[in-house]
Design a protein around this ligand. Structure first.
Ligand code: 5GP
Length: 125
């Protein structure tokens, strides 16, 4: 089954400049910005600029340049936000995908959450 990307999603609109965002970092292939409804003192979303629906889509089909740029940018976000393990107390990186992952926005994004202990990873419900 092919991945289908809907370019009316809210992050596509942010990338087109139609909706404002609080940018943390921008590179050639990646944008990182504060989540509008933060679930922790640090809650940053890292997104590729390319049209990828989910982690598996991005990891499976993005170019090496995009993959490297994205992960280096995510690491810089951790450092910039003071949660990186070389300076801070750590963080949680989450990528929700699809219906079972409760993904709301169908453009791949990595949540970087920190600034407090993040609790158990998932409930068993
Ligand atoms: P998901 O559930 O898809 O993994 O997470 C989507 C995230 O996007 C949520 O944490 C939500 O608060 C955030 N979000 C939704 N709309 C906007 C928006 O317009 N701007 C920003 N900065 N974040 C948004």
């Amino acid at each position: 089954m092919a991945y289908t990307y809907d370019d009316t999603n809210i992050f596509a609109r942010i990338l087109r400049g139609e909706i404002p965002n609080k940018t943390v970092l921008e590179t050639e292939h990646t944008l990182a910005f504060h989540d509008i409804n933060p679930a922790a003192p640090v809650h940053v979303l890292v997104i590729p600029k390319g049209a990828y629906v989910s982690f598996d889509h991005f990891a499976g089909e993005a170019s090496e340049a995009e993959l490297v740029d994205f992960h280096r940018a995510a690491a810089k976000v951790c450092q910039q936000m003071g949660v990186s393990l070389d300076a801070g107390a750590g963080f949680r990186a989450i990528a929700n995908a699809g219906a079972h992952g409760l993904q709301e926005v169908p453009h791949y994004h990595m949540h970087i959450l920190g600034g407090r202990p993040m609790g158990v990873m998932v409930s068993k419900a």
